[in-house]
Design a protein around this ligand. Structure first.
Ligand code: 13P
Length: 340
């Protein structure tokens, strides 16, 4: 198969009506933070058990078309001895891998950050492919303040995202391009719109410069949403403004936009996605690539105990199903209680 047709078939498997992605690629420090909320120590066996629980959820492939894994998980096996990427694939879920190496302060730009991980990326991708990964993720992070992010952060992160995407496509791996404008702070929804517009505009300019094939990538943005310490906008306002900023900046050639949840509650993330999918005539498939908004309820149900696996899987399946409904604009809040 040519690289282009391989990229196309991976995109086709990932972008399907009523399906989204599960982000289960928390780095060591992040998964430790999540486990702390349920009083579980983050060691290799607990991390393996948790990701085994997620991927062995029966019926998950009905709503989830891809899973983003962390490097460690790519090499781990289920309790029955199946490699976890293979377990995902057996459910019709394409395995992917987070490939950035996290963020550091951006020199000469106090308060701004830059994501690292380009050195040796092509070699790492070849190894991940052998382990079953067919797509990758790179996350750039933008903090909002009255003066941040600055031009340098916007341009430097766009260039790194585009270099990463080009390297992935050359290796036959579909890149997910993730520019995350953080919700932290007390900024208005108007400020979130302004920053998101500037960030996405620059990202697509850089993708063009690096000759990235837009048909063979996915965009993973945050929604346009007021800061977590500010007054909330309505669900309809978030939906309208998010779609407006995407229409201004994201070419119709991009097959799918898969949102991150970024600290929204599971219910908010589902309601916002649903409201967007009720708006007429969108050029891209609008779906989800949620971490916390899919994992929080099952994590709270699990608490690290084997006896709770079934109830945790039920909680995961419920969120996956409701987000699938939201992809089709068919979610209703009563489903949160009625179908629990
Ligand atoms: P959240 O949905 O928890 O924001 O995680 C998605 C993700 O992959 C962030 O990089």
């Amino acid at each position: 198969m040519s690289t282009a047709s391989e990229l196309q078939s991976t995109v086709d498997a990932m972008v399907q009506p009523g399906k989204g992605l599960l982000a289960a690629d928390e780095s060591g420090p992040t998964i430790a933070k999540r486990f702390k909320t349920i009083g579980v120590e983050s060691n290799e066996e607990y991390r393996r058990a948790w990701r085994d629980l997620l991927l062995s959820t029966s019926g998950l492939g009905e709503y989830i078309s891809g899973v983003i894994l962390y490097e460690e998980t790519l090499g781990q096996c289920s309790s029955k001895g199946t490699p976890l990427p293979e377990l995902a694939a057996s459910q019709g879920i394409v395995p992917g891998i987070k490939v950035d190496l996290g963020k550091i302060p951006l020199a000469h730009a106090p308060g701004d950050e830059i994501t690292q991980g380009l050195d040796g990326l092509a070699q790492r991708l070849a190894g991940y492919r052998k382990q079953g990964a067919r797509f990758a993720k790179w996350r750039a992070v933008y903090n909002i303040s009255p003066t941040r992010p600055g031009r340098l952060a916007i341009e430097a992160n766009a260039d790194a995202l585009a270099s990463y995407a080009a390297i992935c496509q050359e290796a036959g791996i579909v890149p997910i391009v993730e520019p995350e404008v953080l919700m932290d702070g007390d900024h208005t929804i108007a400020r979130s719109f302004e920053v998101t517009e500037a960030v996405l505009h620059e990202v697509f300019h850089a993708l063009h410069r690096h000759a990235v094939v837009l048909e063979h990538m996915l965009l993973k943005p945050g929604m346009v949403i007021a800061g977590s310490n500010a007054g909330k906008a309505s669900v309809e306002d978030v939906a309208r403004q998010t779609v407006q900023v995407l229409k201004r900046t994201v070419p119709a050639a991009v097959p799918g936009v898969v949102f991150l949840s970024g600290g929204q509650t599971p219910e908010q993330a589902t309601a916002h996605l649903d409201a967007m999918n009720r708006l007429a005539a969108l050029p891209w498939n609008l779906s989800f690539s949620y971490g916390r908004a899919l994992q929080e309820p099952p994590l709270q149900a699990w608490k690290g105990l084997a006896a709770n696996v079934a109830v945790a899987q039920k909680a995961l399946l419920k969120r996956a199903r409701l987000n699938s409904e939201a992809c089709l604009g068919r979610y209703e809040t009563r489903m949160e209680v009625d179908e629990g």
